[in-house]
Design a protein around this ligand. Structure first.
Ligand code: ZN
Length: 147
């Protein structure tokens, strides 16, 4: 059991605490850093869970990425993919839905694809969520000239 960021060994308790929170092994210092990062950026907790799950597969996402107009929860710039985590499962009001649509349009204009994932899916089926994101990345790679 070692921290995924700094490789320092973890006690069982630290391991448990970090796994319960982010489903990734983080030492107390890195756990605290991530909690601070969450508090400073308006992103859901599941962003960090997904971030580390993708990292484990060799994908390098950026968290709380500023695209010039807004903060994107996760972005994979190599294939111009934005991932937004849906915080609520309540149906959207038409005003909110329109805002989302405008954001998606803005992203498309910059050549970015946006996918939205409900936070509950990340909690309940992280493995298959990541599998599908990998599939999307593979598909985008074919369509986009990767620099
Ligand atoms: Zn660490």
């Amino acid at each position: 059991m070692t921290c995924v960021e700094c490789k320092s060994p973890l006690s069982y308790l630290d391991h448990r605490k970090s796994m319960d929170k982010f489903q990734a092994e983080l030492c107390p210092a890195h756990l605290k850093r991530m909690e601070k990062f969450l508090a400073q950026n308006d992103i859901p907790e599941e962003t960090i869970i997904l971030y580390y799950a993708l990292k484990e597969k060799g994908i390098k996402p950026m968290m709380a990425w500023w695209d010039g107009k807004r903060t994107v929860d996760l972005a994979i710039s190599r294939v111009k993919l934005n991932i937004e985590i849906e915080k609520s499962l309540e149906p959207l009001t038409s005003e909110k839905a329109l805002q989302e649509l405008e954001k998606t349009m803005h992203s498309y204009k910059n050549g970015f694809t946006t996918i939205r994932i409900p936070y509950t899916l990340i909690r309940k089926d992280l493995g298959r969520t990541v599998e599908n994101i990998q599939g999307i990345i593979d598909g985008l790679r074919v369509n986009i000239k990767v620099i």
